[in-house]
Design a protein around this ligand. Sequence first.
Ligand SMILES: *[C@@H]1O[C@H](CO)[C@@H](O)[C@H](O)[C@H]1NC(C)=O
Ligand SMILES: *[C@@H]1O[C@H](CO)[C@@H](O)[C@H](O)[C@H]1NC(C)=O
Ligand SMILES: *[C@@H]1O[C@H](CO)[C@@H](O)[C@H](O)[C@H]1NC(C)=O
Ligand SMILES: *[C@@H]1O[C@H](CO)[C@@H](O)[C@H](O)[C@H]1NC(C)=O
Ligand SMILES: *[C@@H]1O[C@H](CO)[C@@H](O)[C@H](O)[C@H]1NC(C)=O
Length: 436
Amino acid sequence: MAVFKNVLIFVIFLAVALNKKVASQSDSTDFTPVYSTNAPDATTPPPPPPATSGRPQTTAPTRRTTAPPPSPTSGSPLGLDRECACTVEKIWLDIVAVIDISKSITQEGLAQVQANLDTIVHRINVGSQAGYNSRISLVSFASNATTVASFSAFNSSDDFDNTIFNINVNTADDKVNILSGLQTANSILGSSSVNPNRRRVVILYTSAYDNGGFKSPIPLAQQMREDNVKLITVAFAQSMGSSDVDAVSELAYPGFAFTNNQTDLIDQMYTALCQANCFCPPNWRQFTANYTNKYAYGYGNCLYYSSISAGWTAASFACRKEAPGAYLASESTQKKTDFNLAYSKDISVNNQYSYHIGLEYKNNQYSWQTSNSSVLSALGNSFKNWNPGYPNSNVGECVKVDKVFGQSYGWTNEKCWSALNYICEVTTCDTDNYCA
Ligand SMILES: *[C@@H]1O[C@H](CO)[C@@H](O)[C@H](O)[C@H]1NC(C)=O
Ligand SMILES: *[C@@H]1O[C@H](CO)[C@@H](O)[C@H](O)[C@H]1NC(C)=O
Ligand SMILES: *[C@@H]1O[C@H](CO)[C@@H](O)[C@H](O)[C@H]1NC(C)=O
Ligand SMILES: *[C@@H]1O[C@H](CO)[C@@H](O)[C@H](O)[C@H]1NC(C)=O
Ligand SMILES: *[C@@H]1O[C@H](CO)[C@@H](O)[C@H](O)[C@H]1NC(C)=O
């Protein structure tokens, strides 16, 4: 049995090491391409040597689930915008792992869960003080759920090793009560906070979906989704029928449903954790792959639309006061331009879909504001969206989005004191930007 366990763990390492998939954001559609597109990653190191002990090798410090390399043809596909940061070592979340220990997961299956979770936890900084660290709690379940470890149990990932590998299969219990596991996780998450900004994640590992005649976990999973708890599911595909795998994935936060047999499982889980860790200050709107889908893949910028009009220069000062490092919004891709306009149409109270953007004519060139108030980014040959007849700095040296000649919305010069609505922009709270 011990030999078999080693083999299994080795298989997991190989799967992880051989994985060369990285997320890709080059598509303008929904979040789905991010989880399905393959792109070779030249920086992935060769596979590590096989583990020689039963204890999994837990770190691979050079591997990061960061943004994909810029596309060679069009510069960065996000222009001046950014992917959510994904420095795994700096993830700051509250994470409850809910583990099926019923007879049906089997000893081999549980060993995979233990290796998977231990690998993930070892790259995260475990701790309960505010800052770049995450709290981890463990729940096991079969017919009933048990809290194996509360958030206060672990002050480091080494504390975690002992606890996770001490969990055993309950061979006397072949029922799988997912609802009970999620209820326990939800009450752990609900009853504590180090930082009210810290996002909450549940990782559910299960070998069955509808087993034992328990109540459906779907309503609770939906409620958790509404409460902004991100549920990641890992289904044990080999022991399930495909309809059960599909049913488990329905519980997951959109895009966060995985199976244990996928070779890129760990990278996909880190990507999901980083997405969960990427969010905006209250009242700000995250730039995403699809404005009308609130579960769409998120990028690393936040927007704030002001319906109280102001001159361009005053608006740019106002942005810097709204949030540290904020500036008038950029539109350096078609995707961002469309998003800003959709946001304006959604929120504008006076049906006036025109607004200042962070483009100005200065020192004989057009340039965008950036998060550093003393740095401008020259427009140069990058994406442009001028209305017919523009640019024309004689009209004014500042730029707004407006509709002229009954055409579509585009960039138009304006006087810098003309009052208008405006959109501010700031970096997301994420693994490179801690928000207290
Ligand atoms: C599960 O917990 C309930 C309530 O605590 C108890 O009545 C029941 O017997 C438990 N079931 C098992 C299989 O332990
Ligand atoms: C973690 O730290 C807290 C506070 O310092 C302490 O009470 C607790 O016993 C520690 N837990 C472990 C597992 O070391
Ligand atoms: C994983 O298992 C599921 C269900 O058995 C199967 O449909 C899927 O093709 C498998 N995926 C891989 C990568 O083996
Ligand atoms: C955006 O999301 C909406 C709502 O989920 C969906 O109906 C629409 O097709 C999506 N648009 C694109 C371009 O994917
Ligand atoms: C902003 O840019 C200036 C000029 O490049 C640089 O000296 C300064 O350190 C930057 N400030 C920040 C906060 O990055």
